[in-house]
Design a protein around this ligand. Structure first.
Ligand SMILES: *[C@@H]1O[C@H](CO)[C@@H](O)[C@H](O)[C@H]1NC(C)=O
Ligand SMILES: *[C@@H]1O[C@H](CO)[C@@H](O)[C@H](O)[C@H]1NC(C)=O
Ligand SMILES: *[C@@H]1O[C@H](CO)[C@@H](O)[C@H](O)[C@H]1NC(C)=O
Ligand SMILES: *[C@@H]1O[C@H](CO)[C@@H](O)[C@H](O)[C@H]1NC(C)=O
Ligand SMILES: *[C@@H]1O[C@H](CO)[C@@H](O)[C@H](O)[C@H]1NC(C)=O
Length: 343
């Protein structure tokens, strides 16, 4: 009885910790707890890895100090190779394991990827290569990808065809690299909803941003101007982050940010002297650490129409050249929901 209780507690803690990993881990954990000593052969498996018998299409090889990609049996769909010291993914790394759906290779030290390493993985949905030593986007990535993570590498070149044909890609992380220019490499990414290119060396907003974007992160770059109407062709865009750039009011064409649908706009840590016009639908506006000298109510409400006030809830303006006394007395009519104005 006592042993059962201890096992239950240990099991619950394990489950709670395991939730983060993947949806199948639950099933795997439940089964393996029930059959702790029963079946131990999950079929062919790399010696360094775990292949749970009750979830035979997954191979767990994370955190084992591995220096190369192990042999991967052809039945595998999910391989976990993160947190190792792998330096290269060669052309034959996945051999006959062409059914792979998830390949986790983040937090290794990969600097070399064979030109054909991933090209036969026609069902690959998730490829995590974050936290490696890549200098460029690997060639011949499968167009089947849904989620591609390349953040925290040293990527400075992105070939124009890097993401070609990835019509189902919804998440693309390129943050924390050394990218200066993206050309028109986003062409055809018609399902992309999250694009993170923050912490790079972009001097301008990339051309041809995918129309289905919901989140666009461009913070920590060197952008000083944005193209006219660059936000007007999105129908789902809700979050735009442009903090820590070189934006001036001159670099922002009128009405750029007066687009309906936007919920959060981060323009903090730039060189703005005036508050740009924003849509009444906006709820969070970050303008701290600029050089704003006046509080223009017209930036939020064109006419102080009591029926059409701003939906702004949070407005941050600290680190500018204005104080509370610069707030016009009628601002409460327009900004009636803004419980949180930080000056
Ligand atoms: C891959 O499959 C081919 C054809 O089925 C077979 O000849 C070869 O031995 C397999 N390679 C490995 C490494 O299992
Ligand atoms: C990663 O690989 C580079 C060579 O590409 C090497 O200089 C560096 O020491 C390696 N880092 C670690 C943490 O193994
Ligand atoms: C995208 O998803 C659709 C629907 O699941 C599928 O038919 C199509 O083949 C996928 N495209 C690619 C390039 O994998
Ligand atoms: C409120 O103002 C926005 C622009 O700020 C406009 O698009 C919308 O039609 C207006 N709504 C009403 C009810 O007047
Ligand atoms: C935003 O644009 C709408 C038209 O779409 C216009 O009616 C409104 O006055 C503009 N808002 C501001 C704050 O200028």
């Amino acid at each position: 009885m006592r042993l059962a209780a201890i096992l239950l507690v240990v099991g619950l803690v394990y489950l709670t910790l395991a939730q983060e990993r993947d949806p199948f881990f639950w099933i795997y954990t439940l089964h393996s707890m029930a059959a702790l000593t029963a079946d131990t052969t999950g079929g062919d498996c790399a010696a360094e890895c775990d292949c749970p018998p009750t979830f035979p299409i997954a191979m767990y090889c994370d955190n084992r100090g591995m220096k190369q990609v192990p042999y991967i049996p052809s039945r595998m769909k999910y391989v976990y190779l993160q947190h190792n010291q792998i330096t290269a993914v060669l052309d034959d790394a996945f051999g006959n394991a062409t059914n792979l759906v998830w390949v986790m290779l983040h937090e290794n030290n990969i600097s070399t990827v064979g030109k054909k390493a991933f090209s036969n993985l026609a069902s690959l949905h998730r490829l995590y290569l974050s936290g490696n030593n890549l200098k460029s986007v690997p060639a011949s990535l499968p167009p089947s990808l849904h989620d591609l993570r390349l953040n925290h590498n040293n990527i400075d070149t992105v070939a124009p065809n890097s993401f070609e044909g990835m019509e189902n890609l919804t998440v693309l992380l390129l943050s924390n690299n050394a990218i200066q220019d993206l050309g028109s490499s986003f062409k055809g990414l018609r399902s992309l909803t999250l694009l993170d290119i923050s912490n790079n060396q972009l001097k301008k907003v990339p051309d041809g941003l995918p129309a289905m974007l919901h989140q666009l992160y461009l913070g920590f770059n060197a952008i000083d101007t944005v193209p006219r109407n660059f936000l007007s062709h999105f129908s789902n865009l809700q979050y735009v982050r442009l903090s820590h750039n070189e934006l001036t009011n001159k670099g922002i064409p009128p009405s750029t940010f007066n687009v309906s649908g936007l919920i959060e706009l981060d323009l903090s840590f730039n060189k703005l002297e005036r508050i740009p016009q924003v849509s009444t639908s906006l709820e969070h506006l970050y303008l701290q650490a600029n050089q704003i000298k006046e509080f223009t109510l017209g930036s939020f409400c064109s006419t102080v129409d009591v029926m059409n006030f701003s939906k702004l809830k949070v407005l941050r303006l600290e680190g500018n050249e204005i104080t509370h006394s610069d707030l016009p007395s009628d601002s409460t009519l327009c900004l009636r929901l803004a419980a949180n104005i930080v000056l």
